[in-house]
Design a protein. Structure first.
Length: 334
């Protein structure tokens, strides 16, 4: 059987951010309707936890597809020539189980993560939110800037990074690309004070964003930590916020930003007000006042990878992009 292989450079042209945001909204609604299968992801850690292999299977009924993302996660790659996330997404059709495509996972992850945050920000940030703070200066900082500019009319951007040189390079590059001025700040406090939208996209294992710095009416996207033993937000930041998640079960098992405050007794499971898909379906309310602080905790879900890769596959067929290879699946192969 012919399988389409789609490489890293081809994915962005097939998955522009605005399209990905629409695809993510549909996937999260499908999850909210109960028409998806999403096991908790098994993770194999390497010695000393220098890196991990994550396996993320899922099924989406609306597109009759299932798949698996296999990705290595090496936080120490930040600042090197290597992506922190490397791997592939495999897309299968659900009628005969045929493998349709193998898609680069680094590019999928970078785009879809920010796209989900973009959807959450559209739902939760104040309509007049325009002052953006980005914590981090890597791939996710870049894609989140693009998504935030689609979600709201951004007037001001401040960036902070643990690596000041990276922050300056990010600001220079993205200022030219986006046609706006990006301010580099020396501390997290300087970056977030008075911000309407805060995106935390770092690999920090310990809190960098304190609750006392988050003002009334702000919306926070906590993206960088995706395991139970690290967090970017302190307990006060989570406790004072109205919390929404991509998926409850994943948050209760895997989100350090939630689990640390819970262990300390500051919050309970009911602190989670709803999933993004539930807001989209009208099952729960999002922001209800201009003064409340909203928080979206992103873990990243396998259905997001599957939906994105399926969209990329369909677009690749239309445009004649990708490399077709023979990878079995036929009973009559020679």
């Amino acid at each position: 059987m012919q399988v389409l292989v789609i490489n890293q450079s081809e994915v962005p042209q097939l998955l522009p951010m605005n399209e990905c945001m629409a695809v993510m909204a549909d996937a999260l609604k499908t999850l909210g309707q109960g028409n998806a299968i999403l096991p908790l992801r098994p993770v194999m850690w390497l010695p000393e936890k220098v890196g991990a292999l994550g396996m993320m299977p899922s099924y989406l009924g609306d597109i009759q597809s299932f798949g698996l993302k296999v990705v290595s996660v090496f936080p120490g790659n930040h600042g090197t020539e290597y992506d922190s996330h490397q791997g592939a997404v495999m897309v299968f059709e659900a009628k005969h189980g045929r493998l349709l495509a193998i898609v680069d996972a680094s590019s999928i992850t970078g785009i879809r993560t920010a796209a989900v945050t973009g959807v959450a920000t559209q739902l939760l940030a104040r309509e007049d939110a325009g002052d953006l703070a980005i914590l981090g200066s890597g791939v996710q900082a870049q894609t989140h800037l693009e998504a935030m500019m689609l979600a709201r009319k951004i007037r001001r951007v401040r960036v902070w990074s643990r690596n000041a040189d990276h922050a300056r390079q990010f600001a220079e590059r993205e200022s030219k690309r986006r046609g706006l001025s990006i301010e580099v700040m020396g501390t997290v406090k300087e970056a977030v004070m008075g911000a309407d939208i805060i995106c935390a996209t770092t690999a920090s294992p310990t809190p960098i964003l304190l609750g006392e710095w988050i003002g009334p009416g702000a919306h926070v996207n906590a993206v960088g930590s995706s395991v139970a033993f690290t967090r970017e937000l302190d307990t006060a930041a989570v406790a004072k916020s109205k919390l929404f998640v991509d998926r409850r079960e994943s948050t209760l098992n895997e989100a350090g930003d939630f689990l640390f405050p819970k262990k300390e007794g500051a919050i309970g499971d009911d602190h989670i007000k709803g999933e993004i898909g539930e807001i989209l379906l009208g099952k729960v309310k999002g922001r209800e006042s201009a003064d409340e602080i909203t928080l979206f905790k992103s873990l990243g879900l396998a259905i997001e990878d599957l939906a994105s890769a399926h969209h990329v596959y369909k677009k690749a067929l239309e445009k004649g992009v990708g490399l077709s290879v023979e990878l079995g699946g036929s009973r009559h192969a020679a």
